[in-house]
Write a protein that binds this ligand. Structure first.
Ligand code: GLC
Length: 743
């Protein structure tokens, strides 16, 4: 290697230095070498074909190689056996932990804790980078309002603000404040964009998202990630209004780069360039390559489109070499930012750093912070003076693989601590009667019920661990029936019938429709697949040693047919009222005899548990919000204050949530919109003044694809414990007039 840019400048390089090195490098490269940098392959060991590709300069990054020895050997091929010695980047889907698995992102969202999410990402980066992974395909920032979509598990739920805040936290955790440090990873904001709006919740399905809604609902988390310095983005599989993201220049170039100023790297999704052919957007792979290059996809993940066709496209003048140079520049810039030119190898002396006590402690705390107490009729916390025998039942009580949830490629299930193991450790094996009743979540046979019922009858308390196997959520794993899979609800009924109090603990990758279960459990705990330390985390909560503080990051439907369901909905011209439900309708009732408002005859209106909801072992009281003014101009801030008091007998954490409503607009506005949250601990009797500041940016909305404005009119503002409670304060935004403006 030679030249100033290939020396030991990497770690402390400024952007200006990096850019000059990028220009210098591109000036040395042949077209073939440039195209090679745009090609990303999935690793399969130190294999001859892969070695050949690297030596030919035909690959710029490799995903899914996690053996540090192999990483170094492949890297040595690139650095020492190619003409320019450009290092490879090694990437992986480290979505919620590498070896120490944290709760799935939907679970982390339930923590409403920015610091916890950042800490988890930091742990993931330290573990993954210790085997050579310096690029993760995370955070997933897709807003999801339809729990049929299996990938709801991978994101932060239904709300744009919560997703923005936690996405930024994850970016910071992965990248820290010096991306060239060897224990960091480049983040990847994905899937850009609108992927969660897949029609009917079926993965990869088409989306129809008007640009105003795209900008209001789906883009802000990506903008926040870009502003936070996310090093890379990934374009999504779906089309938006007929244009697949992999060929969408308006999205990838005009919005992301021209409007937002993003200068990082855009990678395709797996094969997504090639998939523009079945989409019906490209006639063949050559056209797909041209469309993707023109749109601004820098790296082709596993379509072989660029490596197969870009050379001919440039030669034929269909793609300019300048365009190729701009794509290559984004790749090289990332490699310099990661410090790979100076430090391309894994330090084998410190490689494979996993499962430290600190990492496991962080993973356990993440479970404790993200589990939600949905119902508690008194069965929790476990009262050791009354509960001597505990029946532990259900397919998820001892499921070391499934408790980790989707996208846990690097899980070692031998390190999982299951609820059964943790409960036996805490209460003593002799006090635990373990009878699964069902051996996996989809099981439909009732053969195991009798023994489970017998165990329940002998016990003072039943802990019923139900839910979804990991495979039932995640990519391409969508379900139309959102009830508990298999015969789990039937088993719950039989356990309930014994008269022994039943605590149902659900581990799942989505909010399930629990209308038919909720009355058969004395308490319900929801833990979105908690990862390696699910057992200890849940056990500490059930025992009352830690108090619940999780809050719903999504709305829980009563019935499957309600989805998509979300709190920040429009009011409609006939909001639900005077509902006559299906069992109440008399025979031969007249067509207009029911309420004639917006609700379902069989499900009524609204969720079973609302966005932002979660119980605690204590209670909290809120004063009505006090606002700094009842009138402001469109360019003024508004302070909103309330006092939260712990009115119960034990310490607990509360999540105070700030919501607004713009009552009348050029376009109708949602009935509530989250604009802030704060999580804090209160001792019994302790009060805390919570203050939020609403800025014009918080009150503005898109009135057209290119206009975002604050409109005069009446607003309500809440500080409340969920999206369905609290008393609002009202204020008006008044058009700035000379006397008002001079205030
Ligand atoms: C998958 C996913 C994407 C992931 C990529 C690499 O198909 O859509 O989220 O990062 O391929 O594994």
């Amino acid at each position: 290697m030679s030249g100033c840019c290939l020396s030991t400048m990497g770690a402390s390089m400024t952007d200006a230095q990096i850019d000059s090195c990028v220009v210098d490098m591109i000036g040395r490269m042949t077209l073939a070498e440039k195209i090679g940098q745009l090609n990303q392959l999935s690793g399969y060991g130190y294999a001859p074909d892969m070695i050949g590709s690297i030596r030919d300069g035909a690959v710029g990054s490799i995903l899914n190689e996690t053996d540090p020895e192999v990483v170094n050997k492949l890297q040595r091929e690139a650095v020492e056996n190619t003409r320019l010695g450009i290092p490879l980047i090694f990437a992986r889907d480290v979505i919620h932990g590498f070896r120490t698995i944290f709760p799935i992102p939907l679970g982390q969202a339930a923590s409403w804790n920015r610091d916890m999410v950042e800490e988890g990402a930091r742990v993931a980066a330290d573990e993954a980078s210790s085997v050579g992974i310096r690029w993760t395909f995370s955070p997933m920032l897709d807003i999801a309002r339809d729990a049929r979509w299996g990938r709801m598990a991978e994101g932060f739920g239904e709300d744009t603000y919560l997703t923005s805040e936690l996405g930024v936290a994850m970016v910071k955790g992965y990248q820290s404040d010096d991306l060239s440090a060897p224990n960091t990873m480049a983040a990847c904001a994905k899937h850009f964009a609108g992927y969660g709006a897949a029609e009917s919740g079926r993965d990869y399905n088409t989306t129809w998202i008007p640009e105003i809604q795209l900008r209001e609902t789906y883009l802000p988390p990506f903008k926040a990630a870009s502003d936070a310095g996310a090093a890379t983005f990934m374009c999504s599989f779906n089309d938006i209004c007929g244009v697949p993201s992999s060929g969408n220049r308006h999205l990838l170039q005009e919005i992301l780069r021209d409007e937002w100023g993003f200068d990082g790297l855009m990678v395709s999704d797996w094969g997504s360039i090639q998939q523009m052919i079945p989409h019906g957007y490209s006639a063949d792979l050559s056209q797909a390559a041209a469309q993707a290059a023109d749109a601004g996809v820098d790296v082709d993940m596993e379509s072989y489109a660029y490596i197969s066709h870009l050379n001919d496209l440039v030669t034929a003048g269909k793609v300019s070499e300048a365009r190729v140079d701009s794509l290559v520049a984004n790749v090289l810039r990332l490699k310099y930012r990661l410090g790979l030119f100076d430090n391309p190898y894994v330090d084998m002396a410190t490689a494979s750093r996993f499962y430290t006590a600190g990492n496991l402690d962080a993973a356990r705390r993440a479970v404790e912070e993200s589990a939600i107490l949905l119902k508690n009729a008194g069965a929790l916390p476990i009262d050791k003076s009354k509960v001597k025998k505990i029946a532990v039942i259900g397919p998820m009580a001892d499921a070391p693989y499934d408790q980790a949830g989707t996208w846990s490629f690097d899980l070692e299930k031998s390190h999982s601590v299951t609820p059964l193991a943790a409960l036996e450790a805490k209460y003593g094996k002799k006090n635990i009667i373990y009878v699964p009743g069902l051996t996996f979540s989809r099981q439909c046979t009732t053969d195991g019920f009798a023994k489970a019922v017998e165990a329940a009858q002998k016990a003072d308390l039943v802990l019923y661990f139900a839910g979804e196997e990991a495979v039932l959520s995640g990519e391409a794993h969508c379900r139309t029936d959102l009830t508990l899979p298999g015969a789990q609800s039937d088993l719950l009924k039989e356990l309930h019938a014994t008269g022994t109090p039943v605590v149902m603990v659900i581990q799942a990758g989505r909010p399930l429709a629990l209308r038919d279960d909720v009355d058969n459990a004395d308490a319900i705990v929801y833990c979105f697949h908690g990862g390696t330390m699910t057992g200890p985390g849940l056990t500490n909560l059930l025992a009352g040693e830690v108090n619940f503080s999780g809050r719903c990051p999504v709305s829980f439907p009563r019935m499957s047919g309600q989805v998509p369901i979300y709190y920040n909905r429009k009011n409609t011209g006939r909001p639900a009222q005077g509902m006559t439900l299906i069992d109440e309708i008399p025979l031969e009732a007249g067509q207009t005899s029911t309420g004639c408002t917006s609700y379902y005859l069989d499900a009524g209106d609204g969720p079973l548990f609302p966005f932002g909801y979660g119980l605690s072992y204590t209670t909290f009281a809120y004063t009505d919000p006090v606002i700094s003014a009842t009138e402001i101009t469109p360019d003024e801030n508004l302070k909103v204050i309330c006092t939260v008091t712990n009115t119960g007998a034990v310490e607990g954490a509360e999540v105070a949530q700030l919501y607004i409503r713009d009552h009348v607009g050029k376009l109708i506005r949602p009935v509530r919109e989250l604009r802030g949250f704060e999580k804090f601990n209160l001792k019994p009797g302790e009060s805390r003044q919570v203050t939020f500041t609403l800025t014009p940016d918080d009150l503005a909305f898109f009135t057209s694809p290119t206009t975002r404005e604050v409109e005069p009119g009446e607003f309500s503002v809440w500080i409340s414990s969920d999206s369905n409670s609290g008393n609002p304060a009202t204020f008006n935004i008044v058009a700035a007039t000379p006397d008002v403006a001079s205030r």
